[in-house]
Design a protein. Structure first.
Length: 96
């Protein structure tokens, strides 16, 4: 998780003060999350950054600002090969 966050902050070119504020937003969402299903950080991070930077927490607002190089590495095992997933492709209706 730390590596993903650091890579995400680097991809968005956030400064230390911005990172601290985005982490506070993420913390508030996680604390208030009422569902049994775990929050997907790969979707929450772009939403939190979009809200922090633009005041827009919509899917379209987050998608419009996702850097092309924001990826998640999915580790393979003996049945499946490893691959990198572009975060843009994880958002609903992600055809830009």
């Amino acid at each position: 998780m730390e590596r993903f966050l650091q890579f995400g902050f680097d991809a968005y070119k956030l400064k230390a003060r911005d990172i601290k504020r985005v982490l506070a937003l993420i913390e508030n969402v996680v604390i208030a999350w009422p569902h049994m299903r775990v929050v997907d950080l790969s979707l929450l991070l772009p939403l939190a950054i979009a809200y922090y930077k633009e005041g827009d927490a919509s899917w379209s607002g987050a998608l419009a600002n996702i850097p092309d190089n924001l990826m998640v590495h999915v580790q393979g095992d003996n049945r499946y090969r490893a691959y990198d997933l572009n975060i843009q492709n994880m958002f609903p209706d992600s055809s830009r």
